[in-house]
Ligand binder design. Structure first.
Ligand SMILES: *[C@@H]1O[C@H](CO)[C@@H](O)[C@H](O)[C@H]1NC(C)=O
Ligand SMILES: *[C@@H]1O[C@H](CO)[C@@H](O)[C@H](O)[C@H]1NC(C)=O
Ligand SMILES: *[C@@H]1O[C@H](CO)[C@@H](O)[C@H](O)[C@H]1NC(C)=O
Ligand SMILES: *[C@@H]1O[C@H](CO)[C@@H](O)[C@H](O)[C@H]1NC(C)=O
Length: 325
């Protein structure tokens, strides 16, 4: 039912501009090494136009539902696949969707596993974008519904065959994943239970423990739970689940403040002892990103230039305070 309002940019360029005054909200889809919509959500009123501008590589903007983020909604709009060659820097194809409601509209990229890698978008999501993304990641949607949530959270379509491994994240006075290294088989799931205060778990790499995998290794889509703030005194906790896809080690960290530099890192299937053990990974996180270091690089990413110099004692103190927030 939405397809008639979903037009190509080419048609608009021929002069079929809407007569009514409305806002046009631009959203960039993909781009080199990017599996994202940018921005990931917009607030719009009926009559506004959302213009999806397609960049590399070959994406869609497809309507889904909150309950099933990576499944096309019956009758929902779909741009179809819009491939954009490497090296193109202008004249990107676009597709437009005219907003007809103030209710949320949920959108995903149906290419490969882009949706599961977090390539989702929403119009008027309210407070529910993080839950939508978490559900898209294959995971279980939060077990505790957020107070503002009116819909039931989506059940993952996958049927569990493996073991579920529980990991507690944070807690009063704790900046740890517990356990911090687990052994997992393909098909197992790892369920992170978020406790105080406000943590997240993001895939990284051994070489760059405190940098998202998607950033240190463009093209590799790492998982990202989003933040789970937990007030003091709360005793029921939200969880977020990731499926183990292969036997390679999984490296991950909490991106809050300088939690990573204080050793709040996690691994699955790291070998015991030696140069690529959990302990070596945690040591590297502290060494690269700790408050007491004197700088240092990580791998060959070169995307970040953070160096803490000897003159940064005050900065280090600020980081330590932030970590307690
Ligand atoms: C874009 O992706 C679709 C679906 O995977 C595929 O059928 C199509 O061939 C791709 N187009 C290009 C130019 O790669
Ligand atoms: C497993 O694959 C899914 C789908 O691509 C992805 O969302 C998830 O992050 C992957 N799990 C890990 C541990 O990388
Ligand atoms: C949790 O941390 C994130 C990242 O620092 C921040 O954007 C968010 O506002 C925090 N949430 C709460 C409720 O403190
Ligand atoms: C240090 O950690 C922060 C937060 O996780 C991250 O944003 C930053 O890129 C890290 N810096 C380095 C050099 O790893």
């Amino acid at each position: 039912m939405y397809s008639s309002s979903f037009r190509s940019f080419a048609l608009l360029a021929l002069g079929l501009l809407p007569a009514v005054r409305s806002a046009t909200l631009e959203v960039v889809v993909g781009g080199p090494g990017t599996l994202r919509y940018n921005p990931e959500s917009v607030t719009a009123v009926p009559g506004d136009v959302v213009r999806f501008i397609f960049q590399q590589k070959n994406h869609t903007a497809t309507q889904s539902t909150f309950e099933a983020p990576c499944v096309q909604a019956p009758g929902g709009f779909d741009s179809g696949y819009i491939p954009v060659a490497e090296g193109v820097t202008e004249g990107f194809p676009a597709a437009e969707f005219t907003v007809t409601t103030t209710d949320p509209v949920w959108v995903y990229c149906k290419q490969g596993t882009h949706c599961q890698a977090g390539m989702v978008f929403a119009i008027n999501p309210g407070e529910r974008l993080a839950a939508f993304k978490a559900a898209a990641a294959g995971g279980a949607a939060p077990t505790t519904a957020s107070p503002t949530s009116t819909a039931t959270t989506g059940a993952p379509s996958s049927t569990a065959t493996g073991t579920d491994i529980k990991v507690v994240v944070g807690g009063p006075g704790s900046l740890t994943f517990n356990p911090s290294n687990v052994q997992a088989q393909v098909g197992d799931t790892i369920t992170f239970e978020f406790r105080q205060k406000n943590h997240s778990v993001i895939a990284s790499s051994f070489e760059a423990p405190c940098v998202p995998l998607a950033q240190s290794s463009p093209g590799e889509a790492g998982f990202n739970s989003g933040y789970f703030p937990v007030p003091d005194g709360q005793t029921t906790f939200q969880t977020w689940t990731v499926r183990v896809n292969d036997t390679k080690p999984i490296w991950a960290y909490c991106p809050q403040g300088n939690h990573c530099g204080q050793g709040m890192v996690f691994s699955a299937n790291a070998v015991e002892g030696g140069s690529r053990s959990f302990q070596a990974f945690q040591d590297l996180a502290k060494q690269i990103n700790g408050t007491s270091n004197t700088g240092g690089g990580y791998g060959n990413s070169g995307a970040l230039h953070t160096t803490i110099s000897g003159a940064s004692a005050a900065f280090a103190a600020v980081l330590a305070i932030v970590a307690l927030l």
